[in-house]
Design a protein around this ligand. Structure first.
Ligand code: HEC
Length: 160
C-alpha cells in the first residue's frame, strides 16, 4: 500500500516535470509504440519532430497542439482556422498517407480548388522531417485515438 502511494506521487511529479519542460498536452508515449506508414519511429526522431513542431507548426496549431481559438468556426474570409493536433481535433481520423500529403502539399495540393491557410511544407521540410513531426504528433495521442488511427492507416495502405 505504502509502495503504491509512493508510485502514484512519483507519477504526478513526473507528469508535472514533463508539463513544465515541454508544455506539451501529453507526455510522449512509449517510443516503440509509434510507427509511421508501418515503420517504427525512434525516440530520437520523435524528439526531433517535437522541435520541428515547435518551430514550424505551433504558431498556427498551438504550442500545446490545441489549435486556433474557435477552430470549428469559419474565418470571415471563408477559410477554416488551424485545428488541434491533439485528440480533441481530427488529425487522428486521417491515415498516415493523408497526414503526410496534407503537410507536404498543403490541403489545396490534395483537394483541388480547396482554399486553405495550411501551407505546403514540401520546400521547407524533407520527407524524413515531415515523418518525424507527424510521429511526434501521434506520440501525444492517447492509446484509443492511436489505435483507431492505426486501423485507418492499415486499411488505407491495403487499398492503395
Ligand atoms: C500558417 C498557419 C499554419 C501552419 C504554420 C501550419 N498549419 Fe497545418 N493547418 C492550418 C490550417 C488553417 C489548417 C486547416 C485547413 C483547412 O481545413 O482549410 C491546417 C490543417 C492541417 C492538417 C490537416 C489536419 C486535419 O486534422 O484535417 C495537417 C495534417 C496539418 N495542418 C499539419 C501541419 C504540420 C505538420 C505543420 C507544421 C509542419 C503545420 N500544419 C503548420 C494552418 C497551418
Amino acid at each position: 500500500m505504502k509502495g503504491r502511494a509512493l508510485t502514484f506521487t512519483c507519477a504526478i511529479a513526473a507528469g508535472l516535470a514533463t508539463t513544465m519542460q515541454f508544455a506539451a498536452a501529453q507526455p510522449p508515449a512509449a517510443p516503440e509504440a509509434i510507427t509511421f506508414l508501418g515503420e517504427p519511429v525512434s525516440a530520437d526522431r520523435i524528439a526531433q519532430g517535437q522541435e520541428i513542431y515547435a518551430n514550424t507548426c505551433a504558431s498556427c496549431h498551438g504550442a500545446n497542439l490545441e489549435g486556433q481559438p474557435n477552430w470549428k468556426r469559419r474565418l470571415p474570409d471563408g477559410r477554416m482556422p488551424a485545428p488541434p493536433h491533439d485528440q480533441t481535433g481530427h488529425s487522428w481520423q486521417h491515415p498516415d498517407r493523408q497526414l503526410f500529403d496534407f503537410t507536404k502539399l498543403g490541403i489545396g495540393g490534395v483537394v483541388a480548388g480547396y482554399e486553405s491557410d495550411m501551407p505546403a511544407f514540401g520546400d521547407v521540410l524533407t520527407d524524413a522531417e515531415i515523418t518525424a513531426v507527424l510521429a511526434y504528433i501521434k506520440s501525444t495521442w492517447p492509446d484509443l485515438q492511436r489505435d483507431m488511427q492505426a486501423k485507418l492507416t492499415a486499411k488505407d495502405e491495403e487499398g492503395s
